[in-house]
Design a protein around this ligand. Structure first.
Ligand code: ADP
Ligand code: MG
Length: 398
């Protein structure tokens, strides 16, 4: 990592260069689904360990590692790659945008900040990935693809080529990246980097980074939990003007439905704060995006709608793909409601997940989140979502 001692804001930002996979697009979920499918066709089950290997390397090496971990015999890594590739090509356009991307891209465009893409993806695949995204195609007219440079990341070639095409010195370019190779490439090009480590890699930030801390800066690299934590003014760019009482509006709201299940029973007992755990099985289909953090929104249980402060995070116990969604409903109930259906429409992002020095500090922060939630949800932009049809109970089965 670069350590020339600058803080990001000391330099002017004339353009922002983005990585694609894991930064703009959540392609990891899709890759895992396809790997799962191929592995299953050979009678195997994708373990969390194999899933981690599948994401961490280039395709052929990844298949080699997956095949040996799962003991898939009679198939070369090349065979497996060739089975997966057409499935991926058919589905690339399904990859969702990562949290905060649409908002930041639109904001920078509005302010006339030139944007570019530096991706290892070949040009033909890039076209497929952005096929149904006219907004992203328009935003990223300038792109340097994996098949358009001699040396891929971690070599600086793609970033240097883009700086030249933009007519800017590398020092005026800010890069947004998720992978260690990408961060290395951008710093080697002399650019400042915002690293947003991909949270899906192994259920926690990549080991090659320090733990992401909001606004933390090391040399010319800042590390963010997600782009919802990006503050443009810290990089000499115009500040966002859409925040509401310090919260970031989510467009569209994050909507989750599921059954309330038993958690570890820690919420009420240890913290005095009950959180209704949503069944992980329900989440796998409704929460494909790499979203984590503390959110404010509306929750419905048994036909009633309540304000909620909700945490979304990784469940360390169940490995790779399981998340916990734990809403604290800001209401005093007479009884538990395990087994009930809960529907959440989260309209605002409050803050990233964080570690606290003590239980007291954690409890104080959760109460502060609840205060923010109570107040912010009264604002016009948020209160109207209280009537979202999504929160109504589903019609009775015929
Ligand atoms: P668990 O670990 O099983 O989720 P908690 O101590 O976190 O246990 O308590 C959560 C349970 O308490 C919920 O599943 C729900 O049935 C009940 N509950 C009561 N009041 C609330 C509330 N205000 N918000 C969320 N859950 C509540
Ligand atoms: Mg709970």
């Amino acid at each position: 990592m670069s350590s020339d001692g600058c803080t990001p804001s000391e330099r002017k930002t004339s353009a922002v260069i983005w990585d694609l996979d894991g930064t703009v697009l959540d392609t990891e979920t899709l890759v895992l689904e396809v790997v799962h499918h191929v592995v299953q066709s050979h009678g195997k089950v994708l373990s969390p360990e194999a899933a981690t290997l599948a994401l961490g390397m280039r395709p052929i090496e990844a298949w080699q590692a997956v095949a040996s971990t799962l003991n898939i015999t009679g198939q070369s890594p090349q065979d497996l790659y060739e089975q997966a590739e057409p499935l991926l090509q058919d589905r690339w356009h399904e990859a969702p945008l990562l949290p905060g991307v649409a908002r930041l891209v639109a904001h920078l465009q509005q302010h006339g900040v030139p944007l570019a893409l530096a991706t290892s993806t070949p040009r033909a695949t890039l076209n497929r990935k952005l096929h149904q995204r006219a907004d992203m195609q328009a935003a990223f007219k300038v792109a340097c693809c994996g098949d358009e440079v001699v040396n891929g990341k971690p070599a600086p070639d793609c970033f240097l080529q883009l700086a030249q095409r933009l007519g800017l010195p590398p020092t005026e370019c800010l890069v947004i990246e998720d992978s260690p190779a990408g961060v290395a490439a951008a710093t080697a090009a002399g650019m400042r980097v915002v690293a947003v480590p991909s949270m899906l890699s192994n259920g926690k930030p990549c080991d090659l980074y320090d733990k992401p801390v909001p606004d933390r800066c090391s040399g010319c690299i800042s590390l963010l939990p997600s782009l919802l934590d990006f503050r443009p003014e810290q990089y000499g760019l115009p500040a966002f003007t859409d925040t509401i009482q310090g919260t970031v509006p989510l467009h569209p709201p994050l909507q989750i439905a599921g059954t309330v299940v038993k958690g570890f029973g820690r919420g009420s007992k240890e913290l005095g704060i009950p959180t209704a755990n949503v069944d992980a099985g329900d989440l796998r289909t409704t929460l494909a995006e790499a979203v984590t953090g503390i959110f404010a929104g509306w929750a419905s249980v048994n036909g009633q709608v309540y304000k909620t402060a909700c945490s979304i995070g990784w469940n360390p116990v169940f490995g790779n793909k399981d998340k916990t969604v734990e809403p604290w409903l800001l209401h005093t109930f007479d009884a538990d409601f395990y087994g009930a259906e809960i529907r959440l429409s989260l309209v605002a992002y409050i803050r990233p997940e964080a570690n606290f020095e003590s239980l007291e500090a954690l409890v104080a922060r959760i109460h502060a989140d609840a205060d923010v939630t109570r107040q912010a949800l009264e604002s016009e932009a948020y209160v109207k979502h209280r009537d979202d049809p999504f929160l109504l109970p589903p019609p009775p089965q015929p």
